[in-house]
Write a protein that binds this ligand. Structure first.
Ligand code: 5GP
Ligand code: ZN
Length: 117
């Protein structure tokens, strides 16, 4: 069922503590942890504890939790003292999404070109 933990989901396993992660922030509804393959000096993933396959389906079903993900992304940037940063939701395999549990990438600590590649 939408929102329920999925046995085959990597990020549900991180939420459940079955796979270790370097957690930087936690709330009742979200978890923020460092990406295992960082693309910038700061590369943190902010995820909802509930399982939805992407940010759009989360936003439709549980808009308050989607707002929590956005707020926490800003809190991560503030804690990391990032003056400039980027929050990215890769959505769909053609855009680089590889994990089908909604997540924000918070990237900073280096120059970020625009438009991205
Ligand atoms: P996507 O490609 O779906 O937008 O982002 C998935 C992200 O999850 C990638 O940046 C990838 O490096 C990260 N990732 C994949 N497996 C793990 C893991 O086991 N632990 C952590 N911390 N990050 C992971
Ligand atoms: Zn999941």
């Amino acid at each position: 069922m939408a929102g329920e933990p999925q046995d085959d989901c990597l990020f549900c396993k991180i939420v459940a503590g079955q796979i270790p992660a370097t957690v930087v922030r936690e709330t009742e509804t979200t978890l923020a942890f460092r990406d295992i393959n960082p693309q910038a000096p700061t590369h943190v993933l902010v995820i909802p504890r509930v399982h939805y396959p992407d940010i759009a389906s989360l936003g439709t079903a549980e808009p308050a939790v989607a707002a929590d993900v956005l707020r926490e992304s800003g809190e991560v940037a503030a804690e990391e003292k990032l003056e400039s940063y980027r929050v990215v939701f890769n959505t769909g395999s053609g855009a680089g999404q590889t994990v089908w549990h909604a997540h924000a990438h918070v990237l900073g600590g280096r120059g970020l070109e625009w438009p991205p590649g």
